[in-house]
Design a protein around this ligand. Structure first.
Ligand SMILES: Nc1nc2c(ncn2[C@@H]2O[C@H](COP(=O)(O)OP(=O)(O)OP(=O)(O)O)[C@@H](O)[C@H]2O)c(=O)[nH]1
Ligand SMILES: [Mg+2]
Length: 416
């Protein structure tokens, strides 16, 4: 059974847009006909897609960068550049994506086929043909392509199991999964043998199977992070049914009822909702327990060694899973709208320094060539359309102050 990598970092970058072209028609004696520079193609997007055939995030550990194709530059004779191809990145069902830096939840790809647009490719620049007007008959500029969006994600895989085995270290969770499924996790006579969850499929007949997760052992204090408790508890969140396992003959002598009480307390402190999950409780190592210990326990008893009680246990698991599936066939999926500042917003950086933020203003400078006068005038015109001069004046900008937009800076002039 492979190990489950359940966290990875991924850098996704959309393709850059192709640049628009500056070109003019040449027809026989006409040296300068009208402008005919084509537009650049849009850069490819990157989508993340939940795929049930992908089992782990391990691929991202070795190769944490994904890039979509760039758009092609426009050419003369009104030839537009081709779009960059979009990229689909397959991730396991149950993958959750966060922004690596802000921690913001971006997408929850719970079920096969769920899709999320992780980054946009850059827009293609418009060719000079698009800037023709009655007043501007020979535009000698075109737009640059916009850079593709670039971001770092933290991916987290919450295992989707039907039944999670929950118990102290060494109670026999791995042993149980090894006898009821084909999973072959490491088993040993010491605590914390299991450090990564193992999944196993329990097959009852052709129409009934369910997935059991062998989770690393929990300790008292797990909900406060003790013994890697948070990491381990996270795996339990998505299980439909909990199977609480207590050792009937524990070496450290913690009474099985006390084990149950501590485990439920940790689950509830981590997430109260976990206590409402359907659950069963079972005593383990029945073959080792004395008749007095079994009697004092008074509940279900199994032994992985003699196979006592296993058939009944699996039957009860199946019944609870069946009910739980009927009530909630799929986990809630997907949803994500990223907040964006429309238009422009002014931030004050210092006494004489301001920054303009917002997708639209940033786009204006990203797309245009800021080195030619003509293009600068065009940028200026678009800034006015977004009421940028008014916003700056209101924010207290004075002539000569520095205004930043993305990585470009301008001097503020009130008469513009
Ligand atoms: N006699 C007996 N021993 C068992 C039984 N189940 C497990 N054991 C033994 O108990 C020890 C711990 O078993 P594991 O299955 O590794 O326990 P675990 O709960 O997965 O432990 P961690 O991974 O450390 O949390 C091993 O030595 C097993 O052989 C059982 O039913 N009877
Ligand atoms: Mg184990």
């Amino acid at each position: 059974m492979s190990q489950f990598v359940d966290e990875a970092q991924l850098n996704v970058r959309g393709g850059d847009g192709g640049a628009g072209c500056v070109a003019f028609r040449r027809e026989g004696p006409v040296a300068f006909g009208g402008p005919n520079g084509g537009d650049g193609g849009k850069g490819g997007d990157i989508w993340m897609v939940a795929d049930r055939n992908v089992a782990s995030l391990i691929a991202f550990r070795d190769h944490p960068h994904r890039r979509a194709q760039d758009g092609v530059h426009g050419k003369g004779k009104d030839q537009h550049g081709r779009r960059g191809e979009s990229l689909e990145v397959a991730v396991p069902e149950g993958t959750v994506a966060h922004d690596l830096y802000t921690g913001e939840l971006l997408a929850d790809l719970a079920n096969h086929g769920d899709r999320w647009l992780a980054v946009n490719g850059g827009r293609g620049g418009r060719g000079n043909a698009k800037f023709w007007s009655n007043k501007r008959r020979a535009p000698a500029f075109a737009e640059q392509g916009e850079h593709g969006e670039d971001r770092w994600l933290r991916l987290e895989l919450k295992l989707m199991a039907d039944v999670a085995l929950v118990g102290f270290p060494n109670v026999g969770k791995s042993t149980l999964i090894s006898v009821i499924s084909a999973a072959r996790p490491k088993i040993a006579d010491y605590p914390f043998t299991t450090l990564e969850p193992n999944l196993g499929v329990v097959k009852i007949d052709d129409s009934t199977e369910f997935v059991v997760a062998d989770i690393p052992g929990l300790l008292e204090g797990a909900s406060e992070g003790r013994g890697l408790g948070h990491q381990f508890l996270r795996h339990i969140e998505r299980a439909r049914v909990l199977c609480v396992m207590v050792d009937l003959a524990p070496v450290d002598g913690i009474d099985p009822h006390e084990q149950e009480r501590i485990l439920l307390h940790e689950l509830g402190s981590y997430q109260p909702e976990l206590l409402e999950r359907p659950r069963l409780v079972v005593g383990t190592k029945g073959d080792m327990a004395t008749p007095e210990q079994v009697a004092a326990w008074g509940g279900e008893v199994v032994s992985a060694v003699t196979r006592q009680g296993l058939r009944e246990l699996v039957g009860r698991m199946a019944a609870l899973v069946h009910q739980a599936r009927a009530q909630q066939p799929y986990a809630d999926g997907i949803v994500i709208i990223r907040p964006e500042v429309d238009g422009a917003m002014v931030e004050r950086l210092g006494e004489h320094e301001f920054r303009l933020v917002g997708r639209q203003v940033e786009r204006i400078v990203a797309l245009n060539d800021v080195t030619t006068i003509e293009a600068m005038l065009y940028i200026d015109y678009q800034m006015k359309r977004l009421s940028v001069p008014k916003l700056l004046a209101r924010a207290g900008a004075r002539d000569g102050d520095v205004v930043w937009v993305a990585s470009f800076s301008f001097e503020y002039q009130s008469d513009l």
